[in-house]
Design a binder for this molecule. Structure first.
Ligand code: C5P
Length: 391
């Protein structure tokens, strides 16, 4: 893999040298371009030594311009990576400016572009940056989500450069075969909220992380992805069309509207029950010490509905969160819901809301257990199996 690495001017620029080292160790080829501001944070000498390549900093290099160096640089690359993608550099990209070598390359290139943002949290959350990121994504640039945490400027929030290992994984994803190209994958994720009255609701501990990771992995594999999400505070994965819903009935309607699909992966922890008589006014204590009981009615089962419908997708996958007899329950669910696969996970520990998951793939043919790993890795493993099944 041949990477053209454009380094913007932010404190995170020093981490770009670590990224260069990782790409080289991985057998990749890197050519670095530094903006004027970038060269204030990391020197051309450091990058030249690590990349074992000349570093480019100016549009006005006469020798290179005779050879149309700025066009040549992008022609020689398979992928352009902008890291750190500062607010200023992304604004110039979005505006189509060509006022330095970095911006000119980005305007002239016909290669895929991966931007890795890093900036102060207020700059990341500014309406101008939000609009610029949306513009770049609409044009096909993959913009990673920044990490959240303590920042060099002393503030806390989203805006940190992702770890170099995560950036390398995103680079690999750009080279991954698009095995789900032309397929429509529908994913449900997160909990549902079932109102009791205008201020209270019934909910569960689902974080939405496994479903969002699956949507992201399916999009990275080239699928068109529709993600129907219950109330969660997670960023939308790049390239995914997201529909936010609150209740099970809204989720069922959004799923029906998104059909047809080739693959449906129902990860959402849908509330089994809703309050029959959710009232329009807040319930009050009446001083008698008695509580009016909540009458519950069953919600529609979205997965079972799809399993029994004429619009049943080619591959219908459900999840089973269980605290005991995990596989036996999953096997029963496979038949009851008309699903092709049930992904069983034991949620008796810290799985719900946590970062890791250990799953068993239960099908009519048998059970395959995957080791415990990060939810993103579980997602990549499952999407690879989905691609195998469709092939
Ligand atoms: O029956 P149980 O809730 O354990 O089944 C879990 C599976 O069924 C998950 O895939 C979940 O998304 C789906 N489900 C659904 N609609 C419901 C309840 C569960 O789609 N009302």
């Amino acid at each position: 893999m041949r990477i053209l690495l454009i380094i913007g001017g932010g404190i995170a620029a020093y981490k770009a040298s670590e990224l260069v080292r990782l790409i080289r160790r991985d057998g990749g080829h890197v050519t670095c371009v530094l903006t004027e501001a970038g060269s204030r944070f990391v020197t051309p000498l450091t990058l030249a030594a690590l990349s074992e390549n000349p570093v480019h900093t100016t549009l006005w290099d006469l020798k290179n311009e005779v050879e149309m160096g700025h066009i040549q640089l992008s022609r020689q690359a398979d992928l352009v990576v902008v890291c750190p993608a500062t607010a200023d550099l992304m604004a110039r990209m979005a505006a189509g400016m060509a006022d330095d070598l970095a911006a000119t390359l980005l305007l002239a290139t016909d290669k895929p572009v991966l931007a890795v943002p890093a900036m102060n949290v207020r700059m990341w959350q500014h309406a101008a940056t939000i609009a610029n990121v949306a513009t770049l994504r609409a044009r096909g640039v993959t913009v990673m989500e920044p990490d959240e945490g303590a920042m060099a400027c002393g503030e806390f929030g989203p805006g940190r450069l992702p770890e170099p290992e995560a950036i390398l994984a995103a680079i690999h994803a750009q080279f991954a075969p698009r095995r789900l190209a032309g397929r429509h994958v529908l994913v449900t994720a997160g909990p549902t909220h079932e109102p009791i009255d205008p201020v209270r609701y019934i909910a569960n501990r689902s974080s939405g992380r496994q479903g969002f990771a699956l949507a992201e992995a399916a999009a990275a594999a080239g699928a068109r992805v529709t993600l129907v999400a219950g109330p969660v505070a997670l960023p939308t994965p790049p390239g995914v069309a997201r529909i936010d819903v609150e209740t099970a009935r809204e989720m069922a309607a959004a799923v029906a509207a998104a059909l047809p699909c080739d693959v449906a992966i129902m990860v959402a922890a849908v509330a089994d029950w809703r309050v029959a008589d959710a009232v329009g006014q807040k319930r009050k204590k009446d001083g008698t010490g008695q509580i009016a009981p909540l009458e519950l009615v069953e919600n529609p089962d979205i997965l079972a509905g799809l399993g029994a419908s004429a619009a049943k997708p080619g591959l219908l996958i459900g999840f089973a969160a269980e605290t005991e007899n995990v596989i036996a329950h999953a096997q029963a669910k496979l038949a009851r819901k008309g699903a092709d696969w049930i992904i069983a996970n034991d949620v008796s520990g810290d799985v719900m809301g946590g970062a890791d998951n250990a799953v068993h793939i239960v099908t009519a043919a048998g059970v395959e257990s995957l080791p415990r790993m990060a939810k993103a890795q579980v997602a990549h493993a499952l999407i690879a199996k989905v691609a195998d099944a469709l092939a």
